[in-house]
Design a protein around this ligand. Structure first.
Ligand code: NAP
Ligand code: HSE
Length: 425
């Protein structure tokens, strides 16, 4: 083909970046893909609003104009949302169009169905930008590392929360102030719930776990805990333990099934993920052959995200020119059970406000012992107004045992408050 035509659904942050990159790379394309690459149409909600940096004559608010244009080969979905995006993608595939999407919400819930449909229609559906923005991770997992049994993926996959935690760690800011700053800088959404509650990271870890372990993991399978309860004091105590607190997505393929979760975690300052700061993302992978590998880069933003989308467009364009689309489809050919969070093990950091009188520590230790929660360390931090602050670090214990201990603590008058619970690496 001499010319490959692309339609972009959405002209927001990512859509604008994709348009700019296609324009910037125009003269390279005949060399890289053996054809020219042209943006034929851009779908928006209101085509009468002028868009900076975009040729406004390309705008349309009618998806059918794209669907019924047989000269359009590739549809790039960067609108966001689930229902409309899902409907447009399905209809485009049924018309034989190839898809690139950055939509993790959609791929974490409907990915299986969309990949099956694409496979049946001989179409590509690629979604590198859906996980960790610019960082190549989907393609490495599906291709470069395909000769491994991957046993673990762990990553910082949300830029907003990493920015907030970095500000709290390096500048002693409280959560609310750091969140406000992230919003002012445009990192966090106007409604940052899905970032700070861990849902965004949950969708990304579900997608990565599905590909890494060759079994379907959806967002509903992921245990999620966000960073809203982390205080400046937790960060200070973590520092004293030569650790930092990060929001991690963790997926493990164990002999009893798959563990998949998102939660804040204390990690030692010398762990490679501890040095990933601000809005950067990083993904740490362990495979039986590759051993440890880490991928790091920008997890969001106009051009970084467009970089990943552009890589997918180029891949599809090359497939079109060699007549080999649909080569790598869904790779979930196993059916591995997902473990309940209660059956997962972790070490815990627990901060308690207790009555400052003889016997309290013994009672706390006795409850932990009776619920089979081993203690690694106990530190009494402060004593004020008949209240002592205790920090307990447990051994690696079953979540259900730890919950049993907490339930007993909640009914004990001598325990005035359970101030924090954070998992420890
Ligand atoms: P955005 O700035 O809010 O832009 C969304 C665009 O889609 C807007 O141009 C909007 O049109 C258009 N749109 C939305 N719904 C539409 C509909 N029903 N019909 C027609 N047009 C519609 O979003 P974004 O930040 O670019 O994100 C896009 C996608 O990329 C999301 O799935 C997001 O999760 C993913 N992603 C984003 C980033 C990032 O850094 N932003 C990183 C990785 C992945 P109007 O302009 O007319 O409203
Ligand atoms: N809101 C996301 C983040 C970017 O903060 O990482 C889009 O995936």
């Amino acid at each position: 083909m001499d010319k490959i035509k692309v339609a972009i659904l959405g002209a927001g942050t990512v859509g604008t970046g994709v348009y700019k990159l296609i324009e910037r790379q125009k003269t390279e394309m005949p060399h890289k893909i053996g054809a020219e690459l042209e943006v034929a149409k851009i779908l928006v909600r209101n085509k009468n609003v002028a868009r900076d940096g975009i040729d406004n004559s390309l705008l349309t608010d009618d998806f059918d104009e794209i669907l019924n244009d047989d000269s359009i080969d590739i549809v790039v979905e960067v609108m966001g949302g689930i229902d409309v995006a899902n409907d447009y993608i399905k209809r485009a595939i049924e018309k034989g169009k190839h898809i690139v999407t950055a939509n993790k919400d959609l791929m974490a819930s409907n990915g299986s169905e969309l990949m099956d449909l694409a496979g049946k229609n001989g179409c590509d559906i690629l979604f590198e930008a859906a996980v960790a923005g610019a960082i190549p991770i989907i393609r490495p997992l599906k291709q470069c590392l395909a000769g491994n049994y991957i046993s673990e993926i762990m990553g910082i996959v949300n830029g907003t929360t990493n920015f907030i935690l970095t500000k709290m760690t390096n500048e002693g800011m409280e959560f609310e102030d750091a969140l406000k700053m992230a919003q002012e800088l445009g990192y966090a959404e106007a409604d940052p719930t899905s970032d700070i509650e861990g849902y965004d990271a949950g969708r990304k870890i579900a997608i990565m776990a599905s590909i890494a372990f060759n079994t379907r993991v959806t967002f509903d399978d992921v245990y999620t805990e966000g960073i809203t309860k982390i205080t400046a004091k937790d960060i200070k105590y973590a520092k004293e333990m030569d650790s930092v607190i990060k929001l991690l997505g963790v997926a493990k393929n164990t002999k009893d099934g798959i563990e998949v979760k998102v939660h804040p975690m204390l990690i030692p300052s010398n762990h490679p993920l501890a040095t990933v700061n601000d809005s950067f993302n990083a993904v740490f992978v362990h495979g039986d052959a590759v051993d440890d590998a880490m991928f790091m880069g920008r997890g969001a933003g106009e051009l970084p995200t467009a970089s990943a989308v552009m890589g997918d467009i180029i891949d599809i364009a090359r497939n079109i020119n060699y007549g080999c689309n649909g080569r790598i489809g869904c790779t979930c050919y196993k059916n591995i059970p997902i473990k309940n969070i209660d059956d997962c093990e972790s070490k815990y950091f627990m901060r308690l406000q207790v009555e400052d009188r003889p016997g309290t520590l013994a009672s706390v230790a006795s409850v932990l012992g009776n619920t089979d929660v081993g203690i690694d360390r106990v530190i009494q931090k402060t004593k004020k107004n008949n209240t002592a602050e205790l920090v307990v670090i447990t051994d690696s214990v079953l979540e259900k045992n730890f919950k049993d201990a907490l339930a007993i603590f909640k009914g004990m008058a001598m325990i005035k408050e359970i101030s924090s619970i954070i998992r420890v690496y």
